[in-house]
Design a protein around this ligand. Sequence first.
Ligand code: NAD
Length: 245
Amino acid sequence: MQKAKQQINEILSSSKNKSIVFFTGAGMSAESGVPVYRGEGGVWHEYDWEAFACQKAFDDNPQQVLDFHELRRESVLACQPHIGHNIISNIENNIKNVTIITQNIDGMHQRVGSENVIELHGSLWRMRCNQEGKVFEDISGKYKTRKCKCGAILRPDITWFEDMLNQQVLINAIKIIGNCDLFISIGTSAVVYPASELPIIAKNNGAYTIEINPELTMLSQMYDENLRVNASDALVGLFDEYRNK
Ligand code: NAD
């Protein structure tokens, strides 16, 4: 931890841009009580994604899919962001070029005031009309409406299984990652493309890379530093001075 902290301080005092990317995954929200994907307590141990989280399931039974997502929204609303989310938001408020690139769909970063958030896999809090291509924000637990004015049933604006990522969002993320000085990955198993490529892009472009994850991942060896601790402990350890800023 000490070595990583020293490196961070050096980067922040020497680099002109001071560009930091926090790359977060389900492990970032685990301490808030939002279940991770894989591993113990993972969402897809309990539910079959083919029935709840793909376009085909939505086409076959949209109301069942929307009921499932409504449950997820209600359970996320019952969870609270933790100190780690706050620290990242405080860093964002104090350093100019901070970007959060998240695979999470839970909106936890935004709930503590983070604004510069790129959501690679969409958001539980947006609905999309596939017919008109419009996107609507809807932040309540129960959906305000399940129907677009055009009559089509709205679907969650989330990258489901077998969906393509929004290409513009991905291009934007890659551009920022390619120019960052410090890349801190938090709580992602990074097994699925393109998430698995993003830390490599940062490293190949000269960023100092840190992985925060209590467990080894496929990419662990690639990072300059591995911190085998929880997200909140690592963020407090690395950025304690931003706790109350
Ligand atoms: P993942 O479930 O594949 O991996 C989670 C990782 O977090 C694991 O490597 C685990 O060791 C680590 N982890 C667990 N607790 C941690 C903690 N306290 N601190 C730090 N790390 C911890 O998740 P992923 O890599 O994000 O990829 C899965 C996909 O699941 C993403 O596409 C995402 O859209 C979706 N997802 C999102 C949420 C959410 O929005 N909160 C939740 C579940 C799944």
